[in-house]
Ligand binder design. Structure first.
Ligand SMILES: [Mg+2]
Length: 375
């Protein structure tokens, strides 16, 4: 097969408005304002042989313009390169921006490119991304998060939980971490009684407890037979999480806020959780995500990636132990395709690559874009 080369790269900064302002515990503790939009960095890459790849990264509340700006400075280095050499190309772009480090914003800017290159490679092979990477399964257990935020009343949360289960989404996650611990317990009890013992239920405190509150709340929550307690503590408190993991019967899940493989390595090797929740756009894309899965697997952890189901469905399908994927319908307006759920599972689409294309609406929400080479 003759070598292909990258002909054009387009970067787009897209602002997705949310239908309602969203609040988790960070809003109730006064640390953040309700979220009204999510910023996306899209990378579209085209080749001389006529293939196209698409990838995206994102940021909530702040950082979107900076991700776009960083990608804009380094992406030209892709032109003329063989798109199959993903490792080499990402390393090249890392060196081009080495001054701003290998975690956080800089790495998230490269994630969109890394994901687009994997999408392109899977399309070349005419395979869904999960099949290219090496899938263990054709569908992944899924749970709903978007119905369980703290801006919704308990009645609304219960109603949405019923609707999710009817739509074939198997589990229900609700937010906790309110300043009033008794109110958290009331909401969890209300939802558990409403959905019954058979439906998997998780809670997410979004880092808003201190160590003693997390331990006390963890003990009070044991009776609800939760699948996990998510982010009970500050995302970087490895020691505190490790203590909870050892003390409580309910599994501890964390990792969504971490912004590099190195940060995940500390969490994994520190025995800080039972379930790891990495986020491919946040850790630098698929190359980095698959690297940290190796560590997680060696430690016997379970996997439940954070957000971006359009990407994580494929990646979770490649984990040896049965994972979970987080169902968020927020991104639906950005794409022309929809993911299917059935009997509590999300199905890997049979379309090649990620199986997504940008919608006209996403084009209309584009606030900035730049092109290199010829698309
Ligand atoms: Mg979370």
């Amino acid at each position: 097969m003759s070598a292909d080369s990258i002909r054009g790269v387009k970067l787009s900064s897209v602002t997705l408005p949310l239908k309602t302002a969203i609040s988790d515990a960070k809003v109730f503790t006064g640390r953040q304002k309700p979220m009204t939009e999510v910023a996306f960095l899209f990378a579209e890459i085209s080749t001389e042989q006529g293939l196209e790849g698409i990838g995206f990264s994102y940021s909530k509340r702040a950082g979107g313009p900076a991700q776009f700006a960083h990608a804009k400075e380094v992406a030209e280095g892709l032109i003329g390169e063989d798109p199959n050499d993903i490792g080499r190309l990402i390393t090249k772009l890392q060196w081009a921006g080495a001054s701003v480090g290998r975690s956080g914003l800089a790495t998230q800017a490269l994630a969109a490119v890394d994901i687009a290159l994997y999408d392109l490679k899977a399309k070349r092979a005419d395979l869904p991304l999960a099949k290219l990477l090496g899938a263990h399964r054709d569908s992944v257990r899924t749970y709903n998060t978007s119905g369980g935020f703290l801006n919704a009343s308990l009645e609304e949360v219960k109603e949405r939980a019923s609707r999710s289960v009817e739509e074939g989404i198997g589990g229900i996650k609700i937010k906790v971490g309110l300043p009033d611990n008794a109110e958290d317990i009331r909401r969890v009890r209300g939802v558990r009684e409403h959905i019954g013992d058979e439906v998997p239920l998780m809670v997410d405190a979004n880092q808003q407890w201190d160590r003693s509150t997390a331990l006390r709340m963890g003990r009070r929550l044991e009776e609800f037979d939760l699948v996990w307690i998510e982010e009970p503590l500050d995302a970087y408190d490895v020691e505190g999480h490790a203590r909870l993991t050892q003390t409580l019967d309910t599994p501890i899940a964390t990792g969504e806020m971490l912004a590099s493989v190195a940060e995940h390595e500390r969490l994994i090797h520190g025995g800080a959780c039972d379930i790891i929740q990495p986020d491919a756009p946040r850790v630098g894309g698929i190359t980095q995500f698959m690297r940290l899965l190796t560590f997680a697997d060696q430690k016997g952890l379970d996997l439940a990636p954070h957000f971006a189901m359009e990407i994580h469905l494929h990646l979770a399908a490649c984990y040896p132990r049965e994972p979970w994927v987080e169902h968020f319908d927020w991104l639906d307006p950005l794409f022309n395709e929809r993911l299917e759920t059935q009997d509590g599972r999300m199905l890997i689409p049979d379309r090649p690559g990620l199986g997504i294309t940008m919608s006209e609406q996403a084009r209309a929400w584009t606030v900035d874009s730049v092109e290199f080479g010829k698309l």
